[in-house]
Ligand binder design. Structure first.
Ligand code: PGA
Length: 303
């Protein structure tokens, strides 16, 4: 039967005629003229290659082909109604899926927004991927998610990047570090201290390297490379060296975490968190709603 071109309108007309037993009743029910209904049925029969109704006396009967079609059609129209219902739900945001990818460092605040959003839209299914900047950019390039949260939007592709909030990167040392109380530490001093750095591909690392380049300084010797902010925090607290982390990876009271912020000149590196998506992407209603919610409720992220 490949190649039959039957339209939804024809099937609706057919189902109405079959149900109501006359062309005029079907026309009335569907708010169209009787010739419009006749035309649809005629085209349908032409497409199928067999009549679907036969008139005996004044009464209209389904042919064998008509009966078969009615079976298929009833099922199909039911599915279509279900689909229409779903679409209405999407529009009313009762349902839908939201996929966000966030850079590792934003996992300290991004999940906080999910609870309040979910409370407003409980029917929405949410997925949040937590990955480093390189992997996030690969997902962005493949258009895998609705929205992306990152600290350093890529320059080499067409994107929309809206700043969300400040993202200071600070230098931390063990809380008893000899420099912990110093007022202004020259940037060069850092070069002499053992440095712990995030893995290659991390946005934090890229920002640190860029910052040193901008101040024409060589990046400190990396004593240890660690692929997690949490591990870095613990290593610094354990006295292994100093590091740069987003202020958001640390709680309100640094001392409680065994670390102190070093007051180094040209620090903190003042950056921003951005919400990013490909230019030209048509955001789903769910994504659009989440984006607006995020912008309206940035305060929730700072708690
Ligand atoms: P990262 O990214 O978690 O990959 O270091 C953070 C950022 O881009 O600021």
């Amino acid at each position: 039967m490949a190649g039959m071109r039957v339209t939804l309108g024809q099937l609706q007309a057919f189902a109405a005629v079959a149900k109501l037993g006359s062309f005029s009743a079907a026309a009335k029910a569907l708010f169209v003229t009787q010739p419009a209904i006749s035309k649809k049925i005629h085209l349908l029969e032409e497409e199928i290659g067999l009549p679907v109704f036969e008139q005996i006396g004044k009464k209209l009967y389904l042919t064998e082909a008509g009966k078969e079609l009615l079976n298929v059609c009833a099922e199909w129209l039911k599915n279509w109604e279900y689909f229409e219902q779903k679409v209405a739900d999407f529009k009313g945001l009762k349902q839908g899926r939201l996929s966000i990818a966030v850079v590792t460092t934003s996992k300290y605040f991004m999940p906080r927004i999910l609870g309040p959003f979910y409370a407003l839209y409980p029917g929405i299914e949410m997925a949040m991927e937590v990955i480093n900047r390189d992997r996030l950019i690969a997902r962005l390039a493949a258009n895998q998610d609705d929205l992306y949260i990152m600290g350093m939007p890529p320059q080499d592709r067409e994107i929309i990047a809206e700043p969300l909030m400040a993202n200071p990167l600070i230098i931390i040392a063990h809380s008893d570090h000899p420099l912990a109380k110093a007022k202004t530490i020259p940037l060069q001093t850092l070069a002499t201290l053992p440095f712990i750095m995030r893995e290659k591909g991390s946005g934090t690392r890229t920002a640190v390297e860029k910052h040193f380049q901008e101040h024409q300084l060589t990046v400190p010797i990396i004593k240890l490379e660690l692929g997690s902010n949490e591990a870095i925090k613990q290593a610094v607290a354990g006295g292994l060296g100093i590091s740069v982390l987003s202020r958001h990876t640390l709680g309100q009271h640094l001392a409680l975490e065994g670390v102190a912020e070093l007051k180094v000149e040209h620090f903190p590196i003042m950056r921003h968190w951005y919400v990013v998506y490909p230019k030209g992407k048509s955001l789903s209603i769910v994504a659009e709603t989440f984006l607006q919610f995020l912008k309206d409720n940035v305060a929730l992220l700072k708690k």
